[in-house]
Design a protein around this ligand. Structure first.
Ligand code: NAD
Length: 434
């Protein structure tokens, strides 16, 4: 059996390499010829721990190759995983044009039975539209099936998430599709949950929106802690010990970002509203998240009063640690806010600086990219932390203090135990803790 994975972004690359690791013959395909050219030369275009090695190992074993001749790849494949982007449109709904484009290409090249698997995050009922599109445009009277197999990997731990999944959702409408897809994941038989397609599609949006809701909830509690003597970390710990609540995703901070939560919660709101369901619960969770940046800028102002011409070291640009991804990262709005106030910024991130330069190019004396956190701290009137990279919790704070003009830290991710920087003479502000 030959598997094609269409779209070699964060999900497609990991899916292609992961399926190859399970022993399947996989072709990763993308319309971006330049990207495919680089991957074929061994240059992986994203930073994801363990991915380079996984790809290189399977290319060597000849289980995995990368191509941009999409029609030929689809023609050769028995199973096609669709991993293209489903970005947000201005009204919050998911832009499904990449999925439609691939569906039409599959229709053009359908010469024998194929199973088309949606792996991208898609609105419930998308399979209906894929099926209709392939049915309308196919050139032969050939059978095909659609299945939904949403992906739950997290950037930063995507490889291990894919290779050791906690569940595999298989949404199908025929026994043939079920057997094929369950066969691909045979190794994880006891973790496979078989549902109908609508259910599988909804599980993904419902999961991401629930996690986003949990983050907004603890951030709301953090705002109460900020105005009282309560400590949000202890509140979260006390809550999380209840197994009905659990301790994950109860970390207060400057809010969620990335290419999934912000767009998926908005997409689910739009799906629900289009179906006549009152979605105000999720709308409010998203609004709370949006407001985190304003709350954090206020915190910085409480420490510095006037931001104009203040030199601020910004540590962390990626939306989370262990990735170079800055899509919808809180840092983007925060930097915009600080520039708007006239601050002079010195930025550092272990992996995401190149991506950020495309949004905010360096500007001498206004916005500079630094090659270490210590360089960023030089002459700074304050240091703000936006991503909880492990590198930051291990900083030599004595050295940071020496480099800075004023020893002030505003920590948006509660990286430090407050007692530690204070002992070294820092003014230290964090989220929901005194
Ligand atoms: P991405 O933007 O990194 O990658 C998408 C890829 O698809 C790009 O390489 C693009 O060139 C390619 N592409 C677009 N149109 C194409 C076409 N017509 N033919 C061939 N290739 C095409 O996106 P991503 O982060 O990998 O996400 C993909 C999907 O998976 C989205 O629906 C996303 O919501 C979902 N998802 C993402 C994550 C994540 O952590 N990034 C996790 C789970 C699910």
């Amino acid at each position: 059996m030959k598997i094609a994975v269409i779209g070699t972004g964060y999900v497609g690359l990991v899916t292609a390499a992961g399926l190859a690791e399970f022993g399947h013959r996989v072709i990763g395909a993308d319309k971006d010829e330049d990207k495919i050219g680089r991957i074929s030369k061994g240059v992986v275009p994203i930073y994801e721990p363990g991915l380079n090695e996984l790809i290189a190992g399977n290319v060597r074993k000849k289980n995995l190759s990368f191509r941009s001749d999409l029609s030929a790849v689809i023609g050769e494949a028995d199973v096609i995983f669709v991993c293209v982007g489903t970005p947000q449109r201005p009204d919050g709904s998911a832009d499904m044009s990449q999925v439609e484009e691939v569906s039409r290409l599959i229709a053009d090249n359908l010469d024998r039975y194929k199973l088309v698997v949606e792996k991208s995050t898609v609105p419930v009922k998308t399979s209906y539209w894929i099926k209709r599109t392939i049915g309308l445009y196919k050139k032969t009277d050939t059978d095909f099936d659609i299945a939904s197999n949403p992906e739950f990997l997290r950037e930063g731990s995507a490889v291990s998430d894919f290779l050791q999944p906690d569940r595999i959702i298989v949404g199908v409408e025929t026994a043939r599709a079920r057997d094929l897809l369950c066969g691909i994941y045979a190794k994880f038989r006891n973790r496979v949950v078989v549902t109908n397609i609508d259910t599988a599609e909804l599980i993904k949006h419902a999961s991401n929106s629930f996690l986003a809701l949990k983050i907004s909830y603890i951030n709301l509690i953090a705002s109460i802690c900020d105005k009282t003597e309560a400590n949000v970390e202890q509140v979260a710990e006390g809550m999380g010990l209840d197994p009905r609540i659990g301790n994950r995703f109860l970390k207060a901070g400057i809010g969620y970002g990335g290419s999934c939560f912000p767009k998926d919660i908005k997409a689910l709101v739009k799906i629900g509203e289009d179906l006549g369901v009152d979605m105000s619960l999720l709308k409010e969770a998203d609004r709370i998240n949006f407001d985190r940046i304003r709350v954090f800028v206020e915190k910085i102002k409480q420490a510095l009063w006037i931001l104009k011409d203040k030199r601020i070291a910004v540590l962390g640009l990626a939306f989370k640690p262990e990735t170079d991804d800055i899509r919808e990262a809180p840092s983007i709005s925060l930097i915009r806010g600080l520039i708007g106030e006239g601050a002079r910024l010195r930025l550092y991130d272990p992996q995401a600086m190149e991506n950020m330069k495309a949004i905010y190019p360096a500007e001498p004396d206004r916005l500079e990219y630094c090659d270490s956190p210590y360089r960023a701290a030089e002459g700074a009137n304050a240091l703000v932390i936006l991503t909880e990279w492990p590198e930051f919790s291990g900083l030599d704070l004595g050295r940071v203090r020496e480099a800075m003009a004023n020893p002030i830290i505003i920590d948006g991710r509660n990286v430090f135990d407050p007692a530690v920087p204070r002992r070294l003479g820092f003014e230290y502000y964090s989220i929901g803790r005194k």
